[in-house]
Design a binder for this molecule. Structure first.
Ligand code: NAP
Ligand code: 3JM
Length: 341
C-alpha cells in the first residue's frame, strides 16, 4: 500500500495542558497533519484553538468522534481513555494514550521511542499504545544506555515533581499561594492536601496498601515492563515541589558490571534524546528552570557511588509536559507513520 502524504489526527483533551502541548509539538516537528480534530468535554464546545495559523473549533468527544481518523492522541484522563479509546480503535484509529488506563495491560505496548521502539509493533493487537508516566519516561531515557552497556540490577529514585503535572488548577494554586504569602494573606489549598508553596509533599497520586503511592508504583512497574526485565529492582519516593515546570530526579543505580563516571558521561553524550549538562566546577548541572520547552532530557551530577562496588548517581531533569507526555506521544506517532501506517 502506498504511504499517505499526511494523516488525520484527533487530539482528545485538546483544551488541556498536555493537549495544548500536543498541538505545539505536532507543529514544531512538522508532523504531516491532514485533518486535525480537536476533542474535549461538552463545556468546551464553541472554543477555538489555533494550529499552524488556523483557528479550529473544539468538538465534544463521543464514541462517534473518530471516523476517518488515523491517529488519536489521548490526554483527557484515565476514565475518558477507558471509555473512548476502544471506540477510537474500533473506528480504525491507532490510539496513543497518555493516561495510566492501559499501561500495565499485557496486550498493550508501553513505549518510549529511545528505549523500546520495537514494542510499537504490538499495537496491532488492540489498536492502542500507552505512553508511560512522566517520571518513568525521563528516568529511562537517561538509564537505557547504561542498562545496555553494563546491565542495571537496582534503581533507587527520588523525584522532585512540578505542579504542572497535576494540570492547570495546580499551577494556579501555587501562584495564588505565593501571591497570598507575599501580601500577608491566608493561603488556600484545594488541589493538594497541604500548602505547596515553600513546601515539599511526599505524596503524588493516592496511597496503596503497601504504603507507596500509585505514582511510585508506576515507576516500578513501568520500568520492569519497558526494560523487559522482571529481575530489575526499583524503589521510588515521589515528591511534589513548588516548581511550575520540569521534573527533577536523583537516581542511584547499581549495575551488574563496573562502569566509571567517565564512561557514563561518554555514553550519555551520544545517547538519543539526552543532553549532558555536567560541569560541576562551573556550577553547571541540569535545572528545572532551564528545561521548559526543550525536547531533550538533561543529565548531570554523574558520579560513582562510593558505598557499593558498582554504582552510579545521576541528576535527571526534563520538561514533564513535553518529554513526559506530549512529545513522547508525538514521537510514537512518528514511528507509527514511518514504519507502520
Ligand atoms: P487538564 O489540563 O486538566 O486537561 C484535561 C483535558 O481533558 C481537557 O482538555 C478536558 O476538556 C478534557 N476532558 C475532561 N473531561 C472530558 C470528557 N468527559 N470528555 C472529553 N474530554 C474531557 O489536564 P492535563 O494536565 O492536560 O492532563 C490530562 C491527562 O493527561 C491526565 O489526566 C493524564 O491522564 C494525562 N497525563 C499524563 C502524563 C504523563 O505522565 N504521561 C502527564 C500529565 C497528564 P475540557 O477543557 O472541556 O474540560
Ligand atoms: C498524570 O484520570 C485521571 O485522574 C488521570 C490522572 C493523571 C495521571 C493518570 O493516572 O493517568 C494525572 C497526571 C497521570 C499519569 O501520567 O499517570
Amino acid at each position: 500500500m502506498a504511504k499517505k502524504a499526511s494523516y488525520n489526527v484527533a487530539v482528545a483533551g485538546a483544551t488541556g495542558a498536555v493537549g495544548g502541548a500536543m498541538l505545539e509539538t505536532l507543529a514544531r516537528r512538522r508532523f504531516p497533519v491532514n485533518e486535525l480534530r480537536l476533542l474535549a468535554s461538552a463545556h468546551s464546545v464553541g472554543k477555538k484553538l489555533s494550529f499552524q495559523g488556523q483557528e479550529l473549533a473544539v468538538q465534544e468527544m463521543t464514541k462517534d468522534s473518530f471516523a476517518g481518523i488515523d491517529i488519536a492522541l489521548f490526554s483527557a484522563g484515565a476514565s475518558r481513555s477507558l471509555e473512548f479509546a476502544p471506540a477510537a480503535a474500533a473506528a480504525g484509529a491507532v490510539v496513543v494514550d497518555n493516561s495510566s488506563a492501559f499501561r500495565m495491560d499485557p496486550e498493550i505496548p508501553l513505549v518510549v521511542p529511545e528505549v523500546n521502539p520495537h514494542a510499537i509493533a504490538q499495537y496491532q493487537r488492540r489498536g492502542i499504545i500507552a505512553n508511560p508516566n512522566c517520571s518513568t519516561i525521563q528516568m529511562l531515557v537517561a538509564l537505557k544506555p547504561i542498562h545496555d552497556a553494563v546491565g542495571i540490577k537496582r534503581i533507587v529514585v527520588s523525584t522532585y515533581q512540578a505542579v504542572s503535572g497535576t494540570g492547570a488548577k495546580a499551577i494556579a494554586e501555587l501562584e495564588q499561594q505565593i501571591r497570598a504569602w507575599a501580601a500577608g494573606e491566608p493561603m488556600e489549598s484545594k488541589v493538594y492536601p497541604h500548602q505547596i508553596a515553600f513546601n515539599c509533599l511526599p505524596q503524588i497520586d493516592s496511597f496503596l496498601d503497601n504504603g507507596y503511592t500509585k505514582e511510585e508504583m508506576k515507576m516500578v512497574n513501568e520500568t520492569v515492563k519497558m526494560f523487559e526485565d522482571p529481575e530489575i529492582k526499583v524503589t521510588a519516593t515521589t515528591v511534589r515541589v513548588p516548581v511550575f515546570y520540569g521534573h527533577s530526579e536523583a537516581v542511584n543505580v547499581e549495575t551488574k558490571k563496573k562502569i566509571t563516571a567517565a564512561q557514563v558521561k561518554a555514553l550519555l553524550a551520544k545517547a538519543p534524546g539526552v543532553k549532558l549538562v555536567d560541569d560541576p566546577a562551573h556550577s553547571v548541572y541540569p535545572l528545572a528552570i532551564d528545561c521548559a520547552g526543550r525536547f531533550e532530557t538533561l543529565v548531570g551530577r554523574i558520579r560513582e557511588d562510593e558505598t557499593i562496588e558498582n554504582g552510579i548517581n545521576l541528576w535527571v531533569v526534563a520538561d514533564n509536559i513535553l518529554k513526559g507526555a506530549a512529545l513522547n506521544a508525538v514521537q510514537i506517532a512518528e514511528v507509527l507513520i514511518r514504519d507502520y501506517l
